[in-house]
Design a protein around this ligand. Structure first.
Ligand code: GLY
Length: 391
C-alpha cells in the first residue's frame, strides 16, 4: 500500500542522510554489503558541504594536539586504511581520487612558534610516534617552495593527501554503480514509534519509510532527532584554491602546515598545479560568509612560508562547517536515548576526510550488527551519556 507522500513501502530500505564523503561512503558500503536492500541517499545538493571545502590532508600526526591522543589513534588507524580504501573506491568507480604520498612538512617562522613545534615533537615521542626535526635549511632542501622565513620544521613522511573533490565524485559514482538511489531533498526529521526508527521526513512533505537510518549530515545532524540535540555544532572554516600560472614557481610537493605568529595555515597540493590553502576556524554558527580578514590571514601567512604563491591565480574562496563535537571525536553508532535503527555517523570535526576510511569499516560492521571495529571504539556513540551531553 502506498505510504504517505506516495512512497512505496520497502521492507529493507536503508536511508542515509547527508551526501558528503562520510554519507556517500556509508551509502556505498550499505549498497555493496546489502544487495537486497534499497539504499537511498538524501541530500538537496550532494557533495556541496564541508567535504568540498577541505584540504584533503591525511595527516593525523600534525593534526593532533596534546590531549588528543584518542583522535591521533583514530586518525592513524584510518591513515593505515587509506591506500586500500582509495584503491577500492577507484576500482568501484573507475575514477581517480588523486592520492598523494609525498608526506607532510610542518614548519614555523618565529621563535614562539618554534617552541610550539618542540612541544608537539615531545608529545608525539611520548606517544611513541616518530617525527623528524629539521632546521629551516633542511626543510628548504626537501621542499624548495619554502621561503627563507622558515626557521624550523618537522617531517612526517608517512602522511598522505587526497583530492577531496575527485574523491567525492568517485564515491558518488561508486555508490551509483552499487545501486544507491540519490534523493535530492532535505531531511527534516527522523521519525520513530515504539522506540524504533520508522522513516525520514523530507522537506517535500513525504516520508521515506525505513527501519534503518544512517545520520551523516555533518554539522546539521543534531537537528534530525531530539536524541541528537547538542551532539554536534558547526565550526566554520574558510579555504582558498590557488592555481600556479605559466612562469610561477611550482607549488610545493609536500603538504605544508605552518604556524605563523600563532596562527595555523596549511597548503595541500593537487596534481594539476593547484594548491588549497586552509583553514580558518570560527565558532559563529551557520554563518557562511567568507570574510576579508580570513582571506587576508590565510594569504598573508601562506605567502610568508611559500613566497611563490603571490604570483598564483586566486580561483576560489569558500566557507563551510566542520561538524564539531565536545571531545573532538566522531559519533559512530547507536546514540544512547535514540530510537533503535538510528545509526550516527557524524562529528568528524577537522578530520572528516582522514577518518572516512575508518568510517567505511565502521559502517560495514555496524550495519552487519557487529558493533564498531576495535580501533574505532573511541568514536563510539555509546560514550555520550545524557549527563555528558548536558554538561
Ligand atoms: N583538517 C583540516 C581542517 O579542518 O581545516
Amino acid at each position: 500500500m502506498p505510504a504517505q507522500g506516495g512512497e512505496l513501502q520497502v521492507r529493507d530500505r536503508i536511508v542515509v542522510v547527508g551526501a558528503g564523503v562520510v554519507g556517500t561512503t556509508a551509502a556505498w558500503v550499505a549498497a555493496r554489503d546489502h544487495a537486497a536492500a534499497e539504499v537511498v541517499l538524501v541530500d538537496p545538493s550532494p557533495g556541496s558541504g564541508a567535504s568540498s571545502v577541505a584540504g584533503g590532508m591525511l595527516a593525523p600526526v600534525t593534526e593532533a594536539w596534546p590531549g588528543e591522543r584518542e583522535l591521533l589513534e583514530l586518525g592513524a588507524a584510518s591513515l593505515a586504511r587509506w591506500p586500500g580504501f582509495a584503491a577500492a573506491v577507484e576500482e568501484a568507480s573507475g575514477r581517480r581520487v588523486g592520492l598523494r604520498t609525498d608526506g607532510t612538512l610542518a614548519v614555523v617562522v618565529d621563535s614562539a612558534d618554534r617552541e610550539d613545534l618542540d612541544r608537539i615533537v615531545t608529545h608525539l615521542r611520548d606517544w611513541g610516534r616518530d617525527a623528524e626535526r629539521l632546521t629551516g635549511r633542511e626543510a628548504r632542501r626537501r621542499e624548495p617552495a619554502l621561503g627563507p622565513a622558515v626557521r624550523a620544521g618537522l617531517a612526517v613522511p608517512d602522511d598522505l593527501a587526497v583530492d577531496n573533490r575527485l574523491l567525492l565524485a568517485a564515491l558518488r559514482e561508486a555508490a551509483r554503480r552499487a545501486g544507491v538511489v540519490e534523493r535530492p531533498a532535505s531531511a527534516v526529521r527522523v521519525h520513530d514509534a515504539g522506540g524504533a526508527v520508522t522513516g525520514v521526513e523530507l522537506d517535500d512533505g513525504s516520508v521515506l519509510e525505513s527501519s534503518r537510518v544512517v545520520v551523516a549530515a555533518g554539522a546539521w545532524s543534531a537537528t534530525l532527532h531530539p536524541a541528537l540535540d547538542g551532539l554536534v555544532r558547526p565550526v566554520k572554516g574558510e579555504i582558498l584554491r590557488l592555481r600556479a600560472r605559466a612562469g610561477s614557481l611550482p607549488p610545493p610537493r609536500h603538504t605544508v602546515r605552518a604556524a605563523v605568529s600563532g596562527r595555523a595555515v596549511y597548503a595541500v597540493p593537487r596534481d594539476d598545479d593547484r594548491l588549497v590553502l586552509g583553514a580558518t576556524q570560527y565558532e559563529v554558527g551557520f554563518d557562511e560568509d567568507v570574510t576579508v580578514a580570513g582571506v587576508r590571514d590565510l594569504l598573508g601567512d601562506a605567502e610568508r612560508v611559500l613566497p611563490g604563491i603571490g604570483d598564483y591565480a586566486l580561483e576560489e574562496c569558500s566557507a563551510s562547517f566542520r561538524p564539531g563535537t565536545a571531545d573532538n571525536l566522531p559519533v559512530l553508532g547507536a546514540v544512547p536515548g535514540a530510537p533503535e535503527g538510528l545509526l550516527a555517523c557524524f562529528g568528524h570535526g577537522r578530520n572528516g576526510i582522514l577518518l572516512t576510511a575508518l568510517t567505511a569499516d565502521a559502517v560495514a560492521t555496524l550495519l552487519a550488527g557487529r558493533g564498531l571495529p576495535d580501533d574505532a571504539a573511541a568514536g563510539s556513540a555509546a560514550r555520550l551519556t545524557a549527563l555528558e551531553v548536558l554538561s
